[in-house]
Ligand binder design. Sequence first.
Ligand code: ATP
Length: 246
Amino acid sequence: MLEVRDLSKKFGGLEVSRGVSLDVAPGERRVLLGPNGAGKTTLFNLIAGTLKPDCGTIRLDGSDITGMTVNQRARRGLARSFQKNNLFEGLSVRDNLALAVATGEGRTGSLLACAHDSAATLTQLAEIAAQVGLSAHLDWPVAHCSYGVRRQLEIGLALATRPRLLLLDEPTSGIGPEGVAAFNALIASLPRHLAMIIIEHDLDLAFSIADRISVLSEGVVVFEGTPETTRHSRQVRELYLGAFDD
Ligand SMILES: Nc1ncnc2c1ncn2[C@@H]1O[C@H](COP(=O)(O)OP(=O)(O)OP(=O)(O)O)[C@@H](O)[C@H]1O
């Protein structure tokens, strides 16, 4: 469903993406690994449309989306959840989800009251809350939510646009071992037709959730394979010296 071809991006003299190519199949869970500064977030920015590549193409379901805006890409089924919190702190979990669902329905000018008016919005809101494990937290003010709940909510907001491809940038950063286990279960419970690309530093989690893994280093995809072949790759081991358990 996603075909990335020869994407390159420079910041001044620094070549951060150097001819990256990547194919993601419908429903595939792809994990992006790579050392700090390898260009993973830059690749996400290029795919999501917040950065324009210097050259290369991005196709989604056969259509060239390289020149499209973030919103145009979102309407074609691409969603992204951010590494940094992107929530309305003063609102409840329910209101954050309601606004995201209303926006996903194209009712961008709606007031919060209108977001709660539509039965379809409320049904979708309840579905998403259940999917991300937040049904019992709907009335909590976001400002009082734990970091883990916020991360669940961020994924919920991304699901509100009914994506077919979801980009998750370090979804487990800062949530501790229990949070990582909960995230693993959450990913496993999401509809299987939803494709995902996930930047993840936790190798055990990466091996557990990925169908395939791509490894970036210095702006280039240096390895691609199944979790099993990645785990046994000498090249990948050298990049992550000492980080693999045998
Ligand atoms: N807007 C920018 N302007 C200049 N340099 C940038 C910009 N964005 C990223 N870089 C640089 O590009 C390189 C790759 O950054 P990027 O964030 O894509 O790496 P990453 O693999 O996601 O790293 P991390 O795992 O630490 O998040 C880094 O050297 C970074 O400093």
